[in-house]
Design a protein around this ligand. Structure first.
Ligand code: URA
Ligand code: URA
Length: 240
């Protein structure tokens, strides 16, 4: 660390402690190794966020979510569907919310739409286990209705932390609800496709929900086009 920064860093740590921070997580690849006092500031725990830390924080968040009662969806769920896949994934898919089968198993996209999503993932050369799959809401909306704004709002913290901990290179938003929620608009899916967005700093693309493809086969072709764009961008940013 540049010596000139050390007093500033020490001041910052002291300030954070004063305003009540107990833990500080540093982004990947940074450290406070050169600061003069972080070790002495016993009540401010400084963590450098390596892959193992992020993995265990994700597991901790998953545990926490299992007993969540922030919204009414918690009352009728069988299982919380936190998300599944590789915590180090380059590619993350975000759907809307668990259906009946997901609610039974506690896993995302394991019903008919999930089988199709698995095939879509394989079609661009990935295995399902190497990506990460999550939803806007973690508990099943009764009768598969759209999640309500207050449900989306109370669940949002989980998804935001998932994105921040996984730090994927590309996010794919599946369907209108996921896209409107994370892009903060009320456009149709057709209007949102075909562009790059940023969600929590991550390059993001929108495509049709696999359940929509099951109802309307003519959406398969545009979905395939979207996925090719995603595959090509991932190859560029990962050098793959
Ligand atoms: N549809 C979704 O949006 N998410 C799932 O997990 C399953 C179906
Ligand atoms: N409307 C949706 O909700 N999802 C789609 O994928 C297409 C239209």
């Amino acid at each position: 660390m540049n010596q000139g920064w050390i007093p500033l860093v020490d001041d910052l740590l002291e300030y954070l402690q004063e305003i009540g921070f107990e833990e500080l997580y540093l982004p990947q690849g940074t450290s406070l190794a050169g600061a003069s006092r972080p070790q002495e500031q016993a009540s401010l725990e400084v963590h450098s966020e390596n892959a193992e830390d992020r993995k265990s924080r994700l597991a901790e968040l998953a545990r926490e979510s299992q007993t969540c009662s922030l919204c009414n969806l918690s009352q009728r769920r069988q299982k919380v569907v936190f998300g599944s896949g590789d915590p180090d994934a380059d590619l993350m898919f975000i759907g809307e919310g668990p259906g009946a089968e997901e609610d039974r198993q506690g896993l995302p996209f394991v019903g008919r739409a999930g089988e199709l999503l698995t095939k879509i993932i394989q079609a661009i050369g990935f295995e399902r286990e190497t990506v990460y799959i999550a939803n806007i809401v973690k508990c099943r909306p009764p009768g598969n209705r759209d999640p309500q704004p207050e449900e989306v709002a109370s669940c949002r913290r989980y998804l935001e932390q998932q994105i921040d901990l996984i730090e994927p290179k590309v996010i794919v938003l599946l369907g209108r609800v996921a896209a409107q929620t994370l892009l903060g608009n009320d456009l149709t899916l057709g209007r949102m496709r075909g562009e790059w967005y940023r969600v929590r700093g991550v390059e993001t693309r929108v495509t049709y929900h696999p359940a929509a493809l099951l109802r309307n086969a003519s959406l398969k072709r545009p979905t395939w086009e979207d996925m090719q764009v995603v595959r090509d961008r991932l190859a560029e940013v990962t050098g793959g």
